[in-house]
Design a binder for this molecule. Structure first.
Ligand SMILES: [Zn+2]
Length: 437
């Protein structure tokens, strides 16, 4: 058997860990949808916009109350322009392998929509897509589902910290504090509320396995060391007369306040030796400040909070080599390839080939679907397994590693590394091979 097929057989046999998803619970998905509305929730919709689709046309195409054929006609030229990007290929692979549609076009879109709706109505679609078709053992979902542990879906959770680090409304502050039986009258109270929430969920008894920060969408990842008194002055703006009534619009937490609270959250995570997932690199959507998301901006946090294991997302794309350098340099910095295989499949392969030369192989997690709708996860894991197979086959071919080492590395990055980093053993039945099902 040739190297590629040999490696591919091994990689296809793995039941993998999925480090990052945004999936709603299966029972809570919106009913008012169809295949175009759901598949254009995110990602490929952004490629359609960068291909030239207007904002007005995008909202028409997403509106499931309008005739499907009419909407397809509007979107078809941009769809055709973008269909070979990573995002486009995910949808094509999903149409083919989940719904039996070989090509998405004006003749097949109606049939695809019928199959999509039938699958949703039948039930058990999450199990079919995530476990049977994608071979995923467990997914880490990001969000504030409460209570976290009551779900039949194969999920554990990341606790989203943005509303604690960067609060936006007095009413929200009060409601969050009430959940841990507190009232907030000072920054010290808010710090206590934050600590109590972390202790409530990150105690080894819930399905919450790590913290998550998505602030690179809204501000720079450079979090300066700030005095509590300065942060308090800024926090007290929430108590100004105009900001107290429930119906007032949200205000933006100042950089000083969110700098201070980020350091506070890191100090609690340091004390409790937690894992902190951090968004770095390209932000979803069209139009943002890419340079805010450079992971090297986090260096002061990596240096100060040595017991926190920072799981840095999205390959840091386009700061891919910067992230490799950080993971090589710091014991507490880990590479997470979630979302990466579809942002650019070629960038993911090249990055992995280079990282495996520079970075110890226990520092990389290979897959996180990062989808808001379940069908996308299938196409993403397909490309992830293919990319890892191609990258490892290249390293065997150029004599860097043996075929048995390549198989070992594949198992590490798809299964063992994320399992160890996030302490997932207790949620798995010990089976991480599809053959042992
Ligand atoms: Zn995400």
């Amino acid at each position: 058997m040739d190297t590629y097929s040999n490696l591919s057989d091994h990689i296809q046999s793995l039941k993998i860990i999925d480090t990052h998803e945004h999936l709603p619970f299966e029972s809570e998905r919106s009913k008012e949808t169809d295949v175009l509305a759901e598949w254009l929730t995110h990602y490929f919709s952004c490629d359609l916009v960068s291909a030239g689709l207007s904002d007005g046309d995008l909202s028409t195409v997403r509106d499931s109350s309008i005739d499907l054929k009419k909407r397809w006609k509007i979107v078809e030229p941009c769809w055709h322009a973008a269909e070979s990007t990573g995002y486009g290929r995910v949808l094509a692979l999903t149409a083919k392998d989940i719904y039996g549609i070989d090509e998405i076009n004006s003749r097949t879109i109606g049939q695809l929509d019928d199959s999509f709706k039938k699958a949703r109505a039948k039930g058990g679609h999450y199990r079919f897509v995530l476990q049977d078709k994608s071979g995923i053992a467990l997914s880490i979902c990001c969000g504030m589902y409460e209570p976290y542990q009551e779900t039949k879906d194969p999920f554990v959770f990341a606790m989203y910290m943005d509303e604690f680090i960067s609060p936006a409304h007095y009413g929200k502050i009060r409601a969050t504090a009430a959940k841990v039986g507190m009232e907030v009258h000072s920054l010290a109270d808010w710090m206590e509320v934050t600590r109590k929430h972390i202790e409530k969920y990150l105690n080894g008894r819930t399905r919450v396995v790590c913290l998550k920060c998505g602030l690179a969408y809204h501000r720079s990842l450079r979090f300066d060391k700030t005095a509590q008194a300065e942060a308090e002055r800024s926090f007290n703006e929430f108590f100004a007369d105009v900001n107290l009534p429930e119906w007032r619009p949200p205000i933006k937490a100042s950089k000083t306040l969110s700098d201070f609270m980020m350091h506070f959250v890191c100090s609690v995570a340091d004390e409790k030796k937690l894992v902190f997932q951090i968004h770095a690199g390209i932000q979803e959507g069209n139009g943002n400040i890419i340079y805010d998301s450079n992971p090297t901006l986090l260096s002061n946090l990596f240096l100060e909070y040595r017991n926190v294991r920072f799981d840095i997302f999205h390959m840091g794309y386009p700061y891919v080599m910067e992230l490799g350098t950080l993971a090589k340099n710091f014991r507490n910095v880990f590479i997470d390839m979630c979302w990466g295989h579809i942002i650019s499949p070629e960038a993911a392969r090249r990055a992995l080939v280079e990282w495996l030369d520079a970075v110890p192989a226990n520092k990389i997690s290979a897959f996180g679907g990062d989808y808001c709708f379940v069908d996308g996860v299938y196409g993403h894991q397909f490309l992830a397994r293919q990319n890892v197979t191609m990258a490892l086959a290249q390293k065997v071919a150029d004599g860097s590693i043996s075929i048995s080492r390549a198989k070992e590395l594949a198992t590490w990055i798809f299964v063992d590394n994320p399992k160890r980093l996030f302490g997932l053993e207790r949620f798995l039945d010990g089976k991480t091979s599809r053959k042992n099902k």
